[in-house]
Design a binder for this molecule. Structure first.
Ligand code: URA
Length: 199
């Protein structure tokens, strides 16, 4: 029997596939890209939320399968977990052209799908990767820290209340920063340890 969560997540997938109103829809079609919905354990205690798919992700339909994804995999493994233990998704589900930052319109359009994914999977820990997903999640959860910079917030476990109960929000640097600044790997490794302590 298909689990209720899987059924509900498939519904979201179908809605996003048919999101012809998205400013990114034509770009997806023109390039034969896939939307990137999310991947992992539908009963995960931890959900990682990135920004938007890059080229490799759009070509495969899988989140974090490129260079930044390799670093994310290593960080997840550093706390004794694997991809199949967690759920990985993004705020924006289609690739913005040339990896530009997602626009506010795009974030607002795709955000409700992310909110539904959270309501279905009910993670105990939401780890936001980078400033876009951190800002979006802190705003949606009405957190007083919403205007603070990621350089202040990273690695903190913030108490929040979801519709299904209390959760922790852990802002993290985006793993892609390691590609430009190798020293940031140490910071990410330290910050990941807090996730381990929370589960
Ligand atoms: N960066 C993101 O934010 N998300 C991905 O899926 C890949 C790279």
């Amino acid at each position: 029997m298909v689990q209720a969560r899987t059924f509900l997540l498939k519904k979201i997938r179908d809605e996003i596939i048919n999101l012809t109103t998205s400013p990114l829809y034509q770009y997806r079609k023109k390039n034969n890209y896939f939307p990137v919905i999310g991947e992992g354990n539908h009963n995960a205690a931890i959900m990682f939320i990135g920004e938007a798919p890059g080229q490799k992700e759009a070509e495969t339909g899988r989140p974090f399968c490129g260079a930044a994804g390799k670093i994310l995999d290593e960080l997840i493994e550093s706390i004794g977990l694997g991809r199949s233990d967690v759920y990985i998704t993004n705020v924006v589900k289609d690739r913005p052209p040339n990896n530009r930052d997602p626009s506010q319109t795009e974030i607002e359009l795709y955000g409700p799908f992310l909110q539904k994914q959270i309501e279905i999977i009910k993670p105990k820990v939401i780890a936001t990767l980078g400033r876009f997903s951190t800002k979006y999640i802190l705003e949606k959860f009405g957190m007083p820290e919403k205007d603070q910079s990621i350089s202040v917030l990273h690695g903190k476990a913030l108490d929040a209340i979801a519709a299904y109960g209390p959760i922790k929000i852990v802002p993290l640097y985006h793993p892609a920063v390691v590609l430009y600044n190798v020293n940031s790997r140490k910071i990410l490794e330290e910050d990941f340890k807090i996730i381990k302590r929370l589960i």
